[in-house]
Design a protein around this ligand. Structure first.
Ligand code: ADP
Ligand code: ASP
Ligand code: MG
Length: 412
């Protein structure tokens, strides 16, 4: 029997009516012959509200306690969801992360999944139940509740689909699928019928909040067929897939931006083998995730090294750098806190030139200064001032005609 995982995001379960509607969708799939596992997020903006509650009692709450608190949002949804199914005459059972043995590391508020038991789910599916699992949460080896980072229910769903060998993982959300850019920031964006794992992975890590980045890593590794679609209608959304040859013909598939970044520059560092490794090992030990890294040699003796971090990690990064700077002979540390990043992504970039030039020209035409540029095989990112970010995104989207279907865009 086919197994289907259906994930419902916060807006799709925001109130009783929406929960019932989502439950009807799960029931329909069950009646059509699938074994159905639902993964649900906290209702509406509840996670934000719980964070605000925590900050009211303690501006710097212990992370373990944050996870205890935040996990309650999802627990409420799944019990309500199972009750809705019961009212429709359907056998249903809800589970927390702990109950399905979703084991993570102990890195509270950003934990990573290590294993999923899932036996209990299989048993209940075989008995005809719809299983409703709390997304976003797990448990560490010591039995502490953990959470997977904001937006982490996507990852719970895809990881569960992989663990169960599910045929499909449907991600129900408040947009019709994955668009060429966030439709809230670029209203002319159009929906993509399909996108490769690599492209959406880049887009997600560069700010496109539509999918949690880790979920795509699981999808790619375990070949889970992910369908991102609207919970408000029956339309086909976006299929996340391995690359197909026609994707190569598309120069840029999507664009995205992110703020809340800070750039840290180590000026006049001793230019010696092993220094960069020491700096980044030290940052990693402080649990700082580093984004773009740029190193420039000034002369034989000295170099500059800069990188970006999320603003939330800035304090940790600053103390890590303070501890190590003398050891690497760094003369000055420069911090810019009002940094944003605008990126374009597309597997077709591998085989086309001229993408960088078109992007830089679009920004220049709007008189936007580029602070730094980083690239990978399938993306180009420019750091700009926060005040320029929205204009920069629109300019770049227009330059790559992201308001038109792929086959109607100019290629070079
Ligand atoms: P959910 O609660 O269902 O997980 P999210 O708010 O996490 O929903 O993700 C959906 C939102 O992602 C959309 O409302 C949209 O504003 C935003 N988004 C950002 N980038 C994109 C994109 N490229 N395509 C579609 N939506 C995007
Ligand atoms: N409720 C969590 C959040 O708001 C997880 C999720 O929605 O995916 O981040
Ligand atoms: Mg989400």
């Amino acid at each position: 029997m086919a197994i289907l995982v259906q994930k419902f995001g916060g807006t799709s379960v925001a109130n009783a009516q929406k929960i019932r509607r989502a439950a009807e969708r799960a029931l329909k799939a069950h009646k059509e012959g699938s074994q159905v596992v639902v993964v649900a997020s906290a209702r509406g903006k509840q996670t934000d509200e719980l964070i605000a509650d925590a900050l009211e009692v303690n501006p710097n709450p212990p992370k373990r306690e944050m996870d205890m608190l935040l996990s309650t949002g999802e627990q409420q949804t799944v019990s309500l969801f199972a009750m809705a199914l019961a009212s429709m005459g359907q056998k249903a059972i809800s589970f927390t992360g702990q109950q399905i043995e979703l084991v993570t590391d102990s890195f509270h508020t950003k934990a990573r999944i290590q294993s999923i038991g899932a036996d209990r789910i299989r048993q209940k599916l075989d008995q005809g139940f719809i299983c409703v699992v709390a997304g976003f949460q797990g448990v560490d080896e010591e039995g502490n509740i953990t959470t997977l980072g904001r937006g982490g229910s996507d990852t719970s769903a895809v990881a569960l689909a992989a663990a169960l060998g599910a045929n499909y993982c449907d991600i129900y959300t408040d947009v019709d699928g994955i668009y060429t850019a966030d439709p809230r920031k670029y209203p002319k964006a159009i929906k993509m019928d399909q996108v490769s794992y690599d492209e959406i992975l880049e887009l997600a890590s560069l700010g496109a909040g539509v999918m949690h980045g880790r979920s795509i890593e699981f999808g790619k590794k375990y070949n889970v067929r992910i369908h991102v679609r609207s919970s408000m209608n029956e339309h086909t959304g976006t299929i996340i897939t391995r690359e197909v040859p026609q994707m190569e013909g598309i120069l840029v598939s999507g664009a995205t931006c992110q703020k809340d970044l800070a750039k840290i520059g180590l000026i006049n560092l001793d230019n010696k083998p092993g220094h960069a490794a020491r700096v980044f090992a030290h940052l990693a030990a402080h649990k700082v995730s580093v984004n773009d890294i740029i190193q420039t040699e000034l002369n034989e003796a000295k170099a500059n090294l800069s990188f970006t971090v999320a603003q939330a990690d800035l304090d940790a990064a600053k103390s890590a750098i303070e501890e190590i700077r003398k050891q690497v002979g760094c003369e000055q540390v420069k911090i810019s806190a009002d940094i944003a990043e605008v990126s374009v992504v597309g597997v077709g970039m591998r085989s086309h030139c001229g993408v960088a030039e078109r992007m830089f020209k679009a920004l220049a035409d709007k008189n936007i200064n580029i602070d730094a540029i980083t690239t990978s095989e399938i993306r180009i990112s420019c750091l700009v001032k926060v005040k320029d970010m929205d204009t920069a995104l629109v300019a770049v989207c227009d330059a790559f005609e992201l308001d038109k279907p792929a086959d109607k865009r100019k290629t070079v």
